[in-house]
Design a protein around this ligand. Sequence first.
Ligand SMILES: *Cc1c(COP(=O)(O)O)cnc(C)c1O
Ligand SMILES: [Zn+2]
Length: 448
Amino acid sequence: MAEAAFQRCINPDCGAEFGCNESYFKCPKCGDLLDAVYDWDKVNVPARLADFGKRWASRDNRLDFSGVWRFRELLNFCDDKFKVSIGEGQTLLQRNDMLAEFIGMGKGCLHLEYEGLNPSGSFKDNGMTAAFSHAMMVGAKSCACASTGNTSAAVALYAHHCGLKCTVFIGSGRIAFGKLSQAMDYGAKTIQILGDFDDCMKQVQAVCTELGLYLLNSLNPFRLEGQKTIMYRILEGLGWEVPDWIIVPGGNLGNSSAFGKAFGELKQLGLIDRIPRMAIINATGADTLTELVNNRGLKWNGGNVDNKIIDDFYGELTAKNFSPHTCASAIEISRPVNLKKCLRALDICNGVVRAVSDEAITDAKALIGKFGLGCEPASAATIAGLEVLLGEGIVKPSEKVACVLTGHCLKDPNVTVNYHKENSGKYSNAPIECANDLEKIIELMNTD
Ligand SMILES: *Cc1c(COP(=O)(O)O)cnc(C)c1O
Ligand SMILES: [Zn+2]
């Protein structure tokens, strides 16, 4: 089984291959990104997607219980004995007709994939269960990550579970309180760098190389394998029907990369007959992907990405000392490490990219709270983006859309409380102060 899987560089001019028992976060030959790839002829993949769903009936099997490992043949890079699980992927695809109607979509057309239900409260657990299984396979003892918050929470939780030492790097003052509280509570060594996420990302790679630590950012190809299962569960929630659109926030672009790979593989395996379109939504204060794709014409181009476009843009960012800013801290990233894989995903899924303002994000977040399950700010970029795409006529009201709500609504209470208390948004719902007096209270109750 494990021999059926290997790692391969995504750069077509290089294409170097490595075994899965090796651990890199960049191609050692050319420095480009690595993929986990499979020789599907050697994998015993179930004939129909519905066969995966049947595993719900044997939930006392820990791998069947996991919403990631239930799909194990589709991420078949390690033996079962290494597989780590703490109950990730027990998430919910919620059909939401109230929100659909409010934004002008048809009944049964809008679905919310709430990844906040994972053990550490974000989709990151899908990736960590896979990456930590790989870490166990290669015998890692100590690990690290850079994080805007949720990665650190997930890494800290899984590292403790696996008995690995763990250090997380976060940007100073950039992290939401719920997330910081988790990293500390789960016992990670937490280092706050005086800088932003991009600075942390750079430092952590140097630290991991220098000290031989296992890196858990989405540069890790095995982490992205776990994140593919979010798409499998969306299909499952739709009775194995392919939606018309997947909408996802774009930060470091690991999710969008994994989703494109997932659909490409399912199509190749004949498990689906068409691929949904994908919309990736940036915040306007951190809109590198939008700028590069929509304004500078950057494309996958069969893997021959025009590096000059990227280098020029990053040069401009450096020259003006640019640091990204958005209230959606999980996507406050200006040099996304998975940019090239994301271009491939846009190619596979005939994707589009949009950027939405913080104001649109917080308004959308309040709507998701009011009509749905709630989510953190970055997740709400999906609904804000959907409203833009409906307005442009690119998404039709009758199309079937699945939005990935990436993080739990209690991750970032500050943004929520400020939005409502300051009456700053369209849907603000501030608490009302009242004297400690029954008559006054009744009076208030009788006004709307
Ligand atoms: C990490 C994260 C993102 C960004 O995902 P990428 O895969 O890096 O694009 C979005 N939302 C939340 C809640 C996150 O934690
Ligand atoms: Zn290479």
